[in-house]
Structures are given as structure tokens and as C-alpha cells.
Design a protein around this ligand. Structure first.
Ligand SMILES: *[C@@H]1O[C@H](CO)[C@@H](O)[C@H](O)[C@H]1NC(C)=O
Ligand SMILES: *[C@@H]1O[C@H](CO)[C@@H](O)[C@H](O)[C@H]1NC(C)=O
Length: 367
């Protein structure tokens, strides 16, 4: 009896430990920066011919293993994390199986650089969910942009696939991928002091410490699986998620930079009571990223709107604004965008814009 009990205990302990060790929470995926690469004998030039030779990944199609500093035509390839990256040619993909917790929300962050094709896209998926991220807009002049994508785990394993659906004439013309990370998200709830969810943007995707250009939240993101919990990204272009390690943040550690004028808006639909008075307050500022000049953030609460001008010296700063309104519906759309486009004063090919942070919505008494 004692023996059986002992074995049972051991089984319980082992399974508890396994569970504890393996469910992924935060950071670079195993070999997510591709620093562990194939053996010479598994490659032909830069092309990887053995599909299982990059540890933790399974490859399919035309995949190249690229070393930082390698030349392609007259372009020097530089890699943001460590010294290696992969390039996905036409219809190529990379896959990794990740231990996750069923029912939880996750955000993937990965960095990619366009090489020769203009219309490059990537299809990122954890079956049955997928998203096609357009890469024709370059947001940072380094050539590398990091993108976020969110999913809800339907089982305790997630099979992450990044696929290049391209059909270029030159099969080697595909995006470079480096630094794949993941973060377990804890979608914040509305509170008594704020009717917005995640109004201060503190909960969101992973931002790499070694990259200075933030993480893009791509367009057409739906509410439930947003990598930025609570928020939707409307319209055509991305918004940039920035953190206090590299940027000025009005409140807390993270905020949103509206980098694509009226083409990128963030929105959240909140429950309201028709006829009741509300106050929407928020911070508008600049991220201390050399984004200089006259900026305007437009905020909307249903049909009500306010334009908040902000004159940026590019050195970090913010002001607060308030929009008071009377709700006319049971649901009110709260939305923000930047009226103008801006470019960094130190780098005319990087998009930038005003920062929005600390969004609060309160029901108020009739003023
Ligand atoms: C980040 O950058 C530092 C300094 O360049 C480097 O030593 C470190 O290895 C980098 N970290 C990663 C994960 O690449
Ligand atoms: C993206 O990939 C998923 C999973 O492989 C697939 O089901 C979906 O059809 C793909 N979407 C496009 C537009 O290629």
C-alpha cells in the first residue's frame, strides 16, 4: 500500500513539475532568434536542405539561413537579435510547437525585414486562427519591423506557423525573419474607476529590449484575439506599441504611438447608458523619438469629437485632454487617430506620430 502510494506521489510530482516547467509565459521562443543553426552539411550555400536542422523549428520550402553582414546584391543584411536570421522564399514556412495553457490569450511578436519584393506578406497562424500581415509599409528605416499577432489557445499545444504565401519570380525574394517571442496575456477588466479595458496600454505584446523601434500592432485586429487586449486597430495601417526602455511614456511603462495619420486608428467599444454623462480623459504627447512639429490627436466618443493639438519638440512630454459627452447608445465607440503624418526629424524615412496613453472613461453627474 505504502509502495503504491509512493509511486502515485512520484507520478503526481513528475506531472506537476512537467506542467509547471513547460507552459510558456513570456519571452523569446526556444531558438526564437535562430542563433542555433544548421550544420554545414545540412545546407547548400545559404539554403537549408534538411528540414529539421534548425533546432526547435521545422522548415518547409525554400528557407535560407542568413548571417548578419552577408551581402545580397548591394544590400548588406543586418540582423536585430544576435547574428542570424532565416529568409522565407516563395511558399516557405517555419513551424514550432509550443506548450501553452488552453483558454489563455497569447501574443506573438516577431521581427521581419522585406528584401526585394514590394508586396511581401506573411501569414502567421496557430490553427484554426491566422492573420496575413502586409509588409509593404516600412515603419522603421533600419528595414526591420517587429509585428504582433494574438491568438487564444484552443488546446495545451500551439503549432505556430509563419508562412510566406508569395509567388515571386525569384524564389529567394522573401522576407527575413528574426526574433520570435511570445507573451501570455492577461486581459484586464473594466474597473470602478475606469470603464475602458486596458486604458493605460500596460497589457500587450512583447517588446524586444534590443530593438529600438517598438512593436507594431497590425491593422484589422478583432477584439477577442487582439495582441493589445481590449483594443481594436481599425483602418489600413499599424499603430506602434512603445515602452519605457526606449521611449518617453506619459504614464506607466507602455503607450501607443499613432504612426500613420488617419490611416491608423485604435478603438474600443464600451457599454454606456443613453442619456448619461461621461468624461473621456487621456494623455497626448511625444515619445522622445525625434518626432518634431505640430501634431493633432482626434478623439471620438460616438458622434462627439475633440481635436487635441500638441506641439512636439521630440524630447518627450505630454498634456491631458478631456472630452465630455452624453451617451446616445448602449454602446459607444471610443476611437483615436492622428490628423497628420509625421516623419522623424533625424531620419526622414521613419514614420512617427503622437503618443496616446492613460485613457479613462468615467460616468459623471450632469455638470
Ligand atoms: C542585445 O544587445 C547586446 C549588445 O549589443 C548583446 O550583447 C546581446 O547579446 C543582445 N541580446 C540578444 C538577445 O541578441
Ligand atoms: C493562412 O494560413 C492558414 C493556416 O495554414 C490557412 O488556413 C489560411 O488559408 C492561410 N490564409 C491565406 C490568405 O493564405
Amino acid at each position: 500500500m505504502r509502495m503504491v502510494h509512493g509511486i502515485l506521489m512520484w507520478v503526481l510530482l513528475v506531472s506537476a513539475t512537467c506542467h509547471f516547467v513547460s507552459a510558456f509565459t513570456d519571452g523569446l521562443l526556444p531558438n526564437g532568434d535562430f542563433e542555433k543553426g544548421p550544420k554545414r552539411s545540412d545546407m547548400k550555400g545559404t539554403v537549408v536542405i534538411n528540414k529539421h536542422s534548425i533546432p526547435n523549428w521545422e522548415l518547409s520550402g525554400f528557407v535560407e539561413y542568413i548571417k548578419s553582414g552577408q551581402k545580397q546584391g548591394d544590400m548588406l543584411l543586418v540582423v536585430p537579435e544576435g547574428a542570424f536570421a532565416v529568409r522565407l522564399g516563395n511558399e516557405a514556412s517555419i513551424k514550432q510547437r509550443i506548450k501553452v495553457t488552453r483558454g489563455q490569450n497569447y501574443a506573438i511578436t516577431f521581427c521581419a525585414a522585406r528584401t526585394c519584393a514590394q508586396e511581401e506578406r506573411l501569414n502567421i497562424s496557430v490553427s484554426p486562427e491566422w492573420g496575413v500581415l502586409p509588409m509593404q509599409t516600412l515603419y522603421s528605416s533600419s528595414g526591420w519591423d517587429c509585428y504582433a499577432w494574438g491568438f487564444v489557445a484552443l488546446s495545451n499545444f500551439a503549432e505556430l506557423v509563419i508562412h510566406n504565401p508569395g509567388v515571386e519570380e525569384d524564389p529567394a525574394c522573401g522576407p527575413l525573419i528574426d526574433a520570435v517571442a511570445m507573451r501570455n496575456l492577461y486581459p484586464p477588466k473594466r474597473t470602478g474607476t475606469n470603464l475602458m479595458k486596458n486604458g493605460n496600454f500596460e497589457e500587450g505584446p512583447f517588446i524586444f529590449r534590443n530593438t529600438t523601434w517598438g512593436t507594431l500592432i497590425p491593422p484589422n485586429i478583432e477584439d477577442a484575439h487582439s495582441p493589445l487586449p481590449g483594443w481594436m486597430i481599425e483602418s489600413l495601417k499599424a499603430v506602434k506599441y512603445v515602452d519605457a526602455n526606449h521611449f518617453f511614456i506619459p504614464s506607466g511603462r507602455r503607450a501607443i504611438e499613432l504612426v500613420a495619420g488617419k490611416e491608423s486608428a485604435i478603438a474600443q467599444v464600451v457599454r454606456t447608458i443613453p442619456g448619461k454623462h461621461y468624461s473621456l480623459s487621456f494623455a497626448v504627447g511625444d515619445a522622445k523619438d525625434a518626432c518634431v512639429g505640430a501634431m493633432v490627436v482626434e478623439a471620438f466618443a460616438g458622434k462627439d469629437t475633440i481635436k487635441v493639438p500638441y506641439n512636439s519638440k521630440g524630447k518627450g512630454g505630454f498634456k491631458r485632454a478631456v472630452l465630455r459627452f452624453v451617451a446616445s447608445e448602449t454602446r459607444t465607440r471610443i476611437m483615436f487617430y492622428s490628423t497628420f503624418y509625421s516623419m522623424r526629424s533625424d531620419d526622414f524615412s521613419s514614420l512617427c506620430g503622437p503618443v496616446v496613453d492613460d485613457v479613462r472613461l468615467l460616468s459623471i453627474r450632469k455638470p
